[in-house]
Ligand binder design. Structure first.
Ligand SMILES: [Zn+2]
Length: 339
């Protein structure tokens, strides 16, 4: 049993990663809860912590109807067994088959899995495959191992509160990143070596064939930290999104440009997966039909490749146009998305 103080802090933070590790008994009401219970926090002096629901019941308490603390271990077992099955298969498995194993309905199982890992079962399987590719490169292998350790045990703290917001929250971009901490990693993907960097607000740089020097150039005053457990969970989502482009509206971004550049970037995010626009259409869409070249430049100034899909812009007449990281990557991305 962990110290009471740790339990109390976990309960105050409603930290889901502690669910199943202890329950909080509220002696004044006779109820016990999981750490993440959404109900109002009781007074500290009324709370006692128990390692298991059985111990709480032995002390005369009843399970909370709101958070069903006794179902935690069942959820956890279901998620762990699904992860084992995915690892063994080495490929995505049908949601229905995974859910069937656990006795949950597919939609319920999807929610349980995502709550625990921060990813859907399909995204988890894709990320796992990316990791296999990455292991060939020893340095990157170390980082990606952390992704999966983090994927299950410490999800989402890094970007807590920003998930689900498709926004641009400039933080690191002022004054060379002064005062900002930027976590980063280079990972191998099917598109080649990919640099991902993020502040606590979201991804601030996604590029190919770049390393730490490129980040230092852009954020000379930021505190650059390689890897990090919380960052790894976000990184796993980014890798999964790049391997299956189109599925990334939930990933928070932290970017800053001129008003015109940001208008262009927002417009890029509106191009549906599998479709392309011309530079002229892009200029027209932001209300500046004559600014075709400026739209092209704004496109090129995009700092977050793939997630702000500048690869979806091509020449009038169908030519691929340019791409900061080479036409091969652009072509591959568009082919993947067309499927
Ligand atoms: Zn509760």
């Amino acid at each position: 049993m962990m110290p009471d103080e740790e339990c109390w802090n976990a309960a105050l933070a409603r930290d889901r990663t502690y669910d199943g590790r202890f329950v909080s008994g509220v002696m004044s009401t006779g109820i016990y809860c999981r750490p993440s219970c959404p109900a109002r926090h009781p007074k500290r002096e009324n709370v006692r912590f128990f390692a298991t629901g059985a111990e709480a019941r032995a002390a005369g308490l009843r399970p909370c109807k709101r958070c069903s603390p006794d179902d935690v271990s069942r959820d956890e077992r279901a998620v762990l067994s699904a992860i084992a099955a995915i690892k063994q298969a080495g490929q995505p498995l049908a949601l229905a088959a995974l859910a069937d194993e656990t006795g949950y309905s597919p939609s319920h199982f999807q929610r349980v899995f995502t709550r625990h890992t921060g990813m859907s079962p399909a995204a988890y399987a894709r990320a796992l495959m990316s990791e296999k590719a990455a292991q060939a490169l020893t340095d990157e292998g170390r980082v990606t191992e952390a992704i999966y350790a983090a994927g299950y045990s410490a999800p989402s703290r890094f970007y807590e509160g920003t998930q689900g917001r498709l926004g641009m929250m400039p933080s690191a971009w002022a004054n060379g990143g002064k005062g900002a901490t930027i976590h980063w990693a280079v990972v191998a993907t099917s598109l080649g070596s990919m640099l991902v960097a993020a502040t606590g607000k979201g991804v601030c740089r996604l590029s190919f064939n770049e390393g730490r020097e490129a980040l230092e150039e852009r954020f000379p005053k930021a505190d650059l930290v390689e890897g990090g457990a919380g960052f790894a969970a976000l990184l796993a989502q980014v890798v999964a999104a790049v391997e299956a482009p189109g599925d990334f509206a939930h990933i928070p971004l932290d970017v800053k440009g001129t008003a015109f550049q940001e208008a262009v970037w927002r417009e890029l995010q509106r191009i549906p997966k599998g479709e392309t626009r011309t530079y002229a259409q892009l200029a027209a869409a932001v209300g500046k039909p004559k600014a075709v070249r400026a739209a092209g430049s704004a496109n090129g100034a995009n700092n977050v490749a793939v997630l702000i899909p500048c690869h979806r812009v091509i020449r009038t007449g169908g030519g691929l146009g340019g791409y900061a990281y080479g036409l091969e990557i652009k072509r591959t991305l568009l082919e993947k998305e067309a499927k």
